[in-house]
Design a protein around this ligand. Structure first.
Ligand code: NAP
Length: 280
């Protein structure tokens, strides 16, 4: 593994893959890891957003490439890791972050929404983790697999979305034990409410109620179901509801910290949440 060159370039010489890097938490993680010197491979569905992130990483002296794909397809999830290995010959950090939520009661929920959550939040994370282990073993990396869970995984009654995050925690702990004899660490990050486009599939009326109960307003947020919110609207939301919402950068800093601990220290799980809880 390449030696650290400077404290702010702790990941120089490493290669990192981040899924869901076109928005929110994944975008912030990709930019933080790129800023720390790693070559970052951003995976997502929205090329324009990834180009903006790559430009910021390059302006900070880093290198990056993007890969448009659908993580719900096994071959496409694997192809993201392959593209990183093809470009740099190695993989050191894998962040399985892409995730979706359709908050519906089980009794009236749509099985197609369950399928999307199961395939995005669980299947893609499993495929990405497996591909990463193979790639890290092949290059002898002291690797990190960072899987994004949620505080919903700490709530026994958090619906189908929460069930996918309970599964993530179980997968991570199982993987951590499977890798006892490998120099690969598995990190579980459990964010609380973070100002991102995560609520894109929420019922706008329910969302409005949630926001007003936290003292915020939805005026700047033009919600199109399934659509992403503008950075300005998200910034406004975070600033007006700062006790209830953290920033994606708060999560990215925790990830960066977790993957830059000394070899003998394993940060197995971290909760990053605002001061006041919000049930998602
Ligand atoms: N925000 C929160 O409050 C919160 C709290 C706890 C946990 N989390 C977790 O944090 C992670 C990131 O969410 P976020 O808050 O950053 O939400 P977000 O802004 O909606 O970002 C989700 C990312 O996942 C990508 N994605 C979704 N489905 C995909 C697919 N089929 N193929 C490829 N990429 C796909 C999206 O790509 P496009 O935008 O290009 O479509 C986007 O980059 C998720 O795992 C979520 O469960 C979020």
């Amino acid at each position: 593994m390449a030696p650290d060159t400077a404290p702010d370039k702790a990941l120089a010489g490493r290669t990192a893959v981040v899924t869901g890097a076109s928005s929110g938490i994944g975008r912030a993680i990709a930019e933080a890891i790129g800023g720390a010197g790693a070559h970052v491979v951003l995976g997502g569905r929205t090329q324009e957003a990834m180009e903006e992130s790559m430009a910021r990483i390059k302006a900070a002296g880093g290198t990056a490439q993007s890969h448009v794909h659908d993580v719900r397809t096994v071959a496409e999830a694997r192809a993201l890791v392959d593209s990183a290995v093809k470009s740099t010959g190695r993989l050191d950090v894998m962040v399985n972050n892409a995730g979706v939520s359709y908050p519906e009661p089980i009794v009236d929920g749509d099985p197609e929404h369950w399928r999307i959550m199961l395939e995005t939040n669980i299947l893609a994370l499993l495929v990405g983790s497996q591909a990463a282990v193979h790639a890290m073993r092949a290059c002898g990396a002291e690797g990190h697999i960072v899987n994004i869970s949620s505080v919903a995984s700490l709530n026994p009654a958090s619906g189908v979305y929460g069930a996918t995050k309970h599964a993530v925690n179980c997968i991570n702990e199982s993987l951590r034990r499977e890798l006892f004899d490998d120099p690969i660490k598995v990190v579980t990050i459990m964010p609380g409410a973070i100002a991102t486009s995560f609520a894109r599939n929420f019922d706008p009326a329910v969302l409005e109620l949630m926001v007003s109960s936290m003292g915020g307003d939805t005026a700047p947020a033009q919600f199109t179901p399934g659509g992403r919110l503008s950075d300005e609207a998200l910034e406004h939301a975070q600033q007006t509801m700062s006790e209830h919402l953290c920033t994606p950068e708060d999560v990215a800093e925790a990830v960066l910290w977790a993957i830059t601990r000394p070899a003998g220290v394993h940060l197995a799980s971290l909760v990053v949440r605002p001061k006041k809880d919000l049930t998602l």
